[in-house]
Structure formats: structure tokens, C-alpha cells
Design a protein around this ligand. Structure first.
Ligand SMILES: [Zn+2]
Length: 231
């Protein structure tokens, strides 16, 4: 039987996840910049030294998901997996500001796009580029890789055989606890199609990039409500 253990690591408002499976260690995302010391400390508290990391998967390349990636890659020498679309940004160390989905974030996004359209960060050369549905079998993990565009066009999710899913910013669980609608998304109808894909997968527990884990029911409720408006 496969045992999958999920350890959320909170770095300010972003989440990094340590997933232990079959004696191997996978990291999902690398959190808000400037927190690499704290991240490594928390990994060690959970029995994982940087060199014990087998794979780093990046759900999408926004600065609050890859802030400590350069440091973590350097310390762990672990391969970094990212989608093809997102890899172009990661190599340059610059990603476009996403669009807001509510009054406040639309305003924020508008200001960002006008004055500072590209968020800069330390560039990283990815090792594994992913472009379609696939698995992490070759790395020893039970997870499927699923393209979940919408928040960004290259966003991906990971669904483990145990039903645990890592969805990056495809779902948010921060401001409105009755919905998992992200406060930023470039393409809302596409995002909702990605939600449908996740609902049709084996995913049962969802771990977002921001906020606490939630169950399938909350995603289904959010999907039914928003699909009336956007699809
Ligand atoms: Zn994001």
C-alpha cells in the first residue's frame, strides 16, 4: 500500500508542501521570496535535509510560488519540473502580472500592469519540462500531472493516488471561505474547465497555494455557482 504524507509549510501567506511517499520527498512550490532559511529549517524539523529532496514541482511561475526556488535548487541539487509555458518565464526571471477577479484585485492588477507589468525574481533553469497529461512514475511518486490552465495558461496540478491534490492558485482558500475562486485569474471560463477536470479526477483533498486544504464538496459548490455566471 502506498503511504502519502503531506506536510504543509506556511511561509507568510504562501504555502509550500512537503510530500513524503515511498521513502521519497517531493516539494510543491517554493513560496514567497526571502524565506529560504525558514523553509530549510522547517524541512529539517520534518526530518528532511535539502539533499534528501528528490523532486521540486512548480505549479506556476508567480513570484510567491518560486521565491526560494533558486536557493532550494542550489541546496538540494534536485530537478525542477515546470510546464512548458511557465518555463519560458522561469528562465527569464520575469512573469506578467495576473488579472484580478474582484473589484479590489482588478484595481491592483490594473496598477501593476501599468507601472510594473513584469514581476522580477531570480531566474532558474528548469530540468523537466512538462507539456501534457503525464505521471511522476519515473521519479517514484504515484502522482498524475494535470494541466489546469486559467489562473495562468501554464498552471498545473498534481493528483496523488491517495486522492491528495496540489492545485497551486487554480483554487484559493483565503478571503471567502465559501468559495475557492482565486482572487487572480487570467481566463475565468478556462479556469472553470480546469475545476471540472479536477472534479472528474481522483482528487479528494485539495491543497491550494494560499490557505487551508478543503474537500471536493467545496470545489463542486464553487463550480456549480460560478459556472452559471461564466460558462
Ligand atoms: Zn499565482
Amino acid at each position: 500500500m502506498i503511504m502519502t504524507e503531506v506536510i504543509p509549510i506556511k511561509l507568510a501567506y504562501s504555502r509550500v508542501y512537503l510530500v513524503k511517499e515511498n521513502g521519497k520527498n517531493l516539494i510543491v512550490d517554493a513560496g514567497l521570496p526571502g524565506k529560504s532559511g525558514l523553509l530549510i529549517k522547517k524541512l529539517k524539523e520534518n526530518g528532511v535535509n535539502p539533499e534528501d529532496i528528490d523532486l521540486i514541482v512548480i505549479t506556476h511561475v508567480h513570484y510567491d510560488h518560486i521565491g526560494n526556488l533558486a536557493c532550494l535548487k542550489e541546496a538540494s541539487k534536485s530537478p525542477v519540473l515546470v510546464s512548458e509555458q511557465e518555463s519560458a518565464y522561469l528562465i527569464k526571471g520575469k512573469s506578467p502580472v495576473p488579472s484580478g477577479t474582484n473589484v479590489f484585485t482588478k484595481l491592483l492588477s490594473g496598477i501593476g500592469k501599468k507601472f510594473n507589468p513584469l514581476n522580477g525574481y531570480k531566474a532558474v533553469k528548469p530540468d523537466v519540462i512538462f507539456s501534457d497529461f503525464g505521471t511522476l512514475k519515473e521519479f517514484g511518486f504515484s502522482a498524475s500531472l494535470i494541466p489546469t490552465p486559467g489562473h495562468t495558461s501554464g498552471s498545473i496540478s498534481l493528483v496523488f493516488g491517495s486522492g491528495e491534490a496540489f492545485v497551486g492558485d487554480t483554487c484559493f482558500r483565503v478571503y471567502n471561505r465559501k468559495s475557492v475562486f482565486p482572487v487572480f485569474a487570467n481566463d475565468i471560463p478556462t479556469l472553470l474547465k480546469s475545476w471540472r477536470t479536477l472534479l472528474d479526477s481522483e482528487a479528494r483533498i485539495f491543497y491550494p497555494g494560499h490557505g487551508n486544504a478543503f474537500g471536493r464538496d467545496l470545489l463542486l459548490q464553487s463550480y456549480e455557482k460560478l459556472s452559471l455566471k461564466y460558462i
